[in-house]
Design a protein around this ligand. Structure first.
Ligand code: 13P
Length: 253
């Protein structure tokens, strides 16, 4: 954890969830509301089809709702795409950009991700900007080089500690049950902190850096205790309220 910053526990539902899943969101809200004080911000990023209904369920609670991607433009002839302004209108307060599944499935480059982050800011929301190396890149000793290049290309110059969150998600740890060692997570988060501080000064010192990739109730507390890990971005384990709330408890431990 970084002294003085409020950590974030964020879920990413990916392409999962229908109206039947809204009960899980209600259960997350109830679980958060049962706590006297919360030492973290809490966020669920859901498919665009659910943002408005999820935001309605979460309206009176400590839970924020986010989107998982947006188009860089505000409006126009882009069939099937959704703008940051539309997600804001539906009740989102955060939007994930540059998730590795978008980079891989949709060929999103660092420049595309940077344009999307600027779109998130244009809409007045917070961007969660994702970076992370593949297994081959790590085994070749290039993890920091790859992540450094992604940060340089994907994080626009107007970044602040309030308009952005960085998520480090090693591609090989996503959905695999594999997690880097605590030492490797710590080394990468320290590298990201140094990179952000040298480019952005005090804003880079304070920007939240989340770890993502196979975070579960059983490993959350030890991961969140690592220096410069300011919370997590949780995929599969965010789909069930009980698991997500147990991961949130890891911040207290
Ligand atoms: P898992 O937690 O399912 O590994 O997914 C991580 C992730 O990609 C969150 O964005």
């Amino acid at each position: 954890m970084t002294p003085g910053v409020t950590p974030i526990v964020a879920g990413n539902w990916k392409m999962n969830g229908t109206a039947a899943s809204l009960d899980e969101i209600g259960d997350v809200c109830a679980g958060l509301d049962a706590e006297d004080t919360l030492p973290h911000e809490t966020l669920l990023c859901v498919p665009a089809t659910l943002v408005e209904r999820a935001a309605a369920v979460a309206a009176e609670s400590a839970l924020s709702i986010g989107g998982e991607d947006c188009h860089a433009k505000e409006s126009g002839a882009h069939t099937g795409d959704i703008s940051a302004e539309m997600l804001a209108d539906a009740g989102a307060s955060f939007i994930i950009v540059g998730h590795s599944e978008r980079r891989t499935d949709h060929g999103e480059t660092d420049a595309v991700v940077a344009a999307k982050a600027e779109a998130v800011w244009r809409a007045g929301l917070t961007a969660i900007i994702c970076v992370g190396e593949t297994r081959e890149e790590r085994e070749a000793g290039k993890a920091e080089e790859v992540v450094g290049a992604q940060l340089a290309g994907s994080v626009p110059a107007a970044m602040t500690a309030t308009n952005a969150v960085i998520a480090y998600e090693p591609v090989w740890a996503i959905g695999t049950g594999l997690v880097p060692s605590n030492d490797d997570i710590g080394a990468m988060h320290t590298f990201i902190r140094k990179t952000m501080s040298s480019r952005f000064g005090a804003e880079g010192e304070a920007v939240r850096i989340l770890y993502g990739g196979s975070v579960k109730p059983g490993n959350a507390a030890e991961i969140f205790a690592i220096a410069n890990v300011d919370g997590g971005l949780i995929g599969g384990a965010s789909l069930k309220a009980a698991d997500f709330l147990a991961i949130c408890d890891g911040i207290n431990a």
